[in-house]
Design a protein around this ligand. Sequence first.
Ligand code: SF4
Length: 252
Amino acid sequence: MKNQDTHLSVIKFPAFVSLTLLIIGGAYAVLVYFLLQMPDTVSYTVRGLLIALLVLIVFMVLSWVLALMSTHIRIKCRYLNRFNKWMLSFVFYPLSKFLGFITFSHPDSLTESFLNFNNEVVMTDQSNIHNSNILVLLPHCLQKEDCTVRVTSDIMNCEDCGGCDITTIKKLIVKQNVKAAVATGGSLARKLILDNKPDVIVAVACHRDLLQGLRDTWNYPVYAVLNERPNGPCKETTVSVASIEFAIQRFK
Ligand code: SF4
């Protein structure tokens, strides 16, 4: 990835959310300005709606400030922490997508930026915490297509032929003494998480699956690692094992 793309990938999501909030605030100010020119025609209902809208905008701005702070300051209050994670996945990401849509921005680059932002929040949230139960969640498409070994039941079944990245990941999880599981879809991934109840999840997948996974497990700390697709989607994908190792070391 070029340097310029890397910077864009980091700042795109926060820039889009900030800009959208600025546009909403600006539109509100213009609306109030015009209504103030003819105060006698403004009914009590409209006044009430304007006040409710102002409260909502202030609430959104304060929540966004909290989200920005959470990338470098740990939120100790459990409820505020959960609120922040929920807002990120279900309010701020859709908000940034709206601006992405009207500016014809490539959805993958915005998702990547959101995932980077999420990773910063998770690393800050987990700083100075030593987790004993880390789960590395892998997609089935990492496995070589003609491999007959059933790694979905246990990654240790891999026979280390070196045909795909599973062999390197297997060695890594043995060395780091963490759990790993291969999921064939979202339902199995959710089941694996419920069964293992991990402290932290290091999830490997494509843009779409990671985004969906983050939403499904929004109350878990999930560090996202994007896979690479040299053979097209869902076919013999690869992953930077160094990125997985980096995440495990940060959370241990
Ligand atoms: S490295 Fe393991 S999972 Fe990958 S193709 Fe070889 S035996 Fe199969």
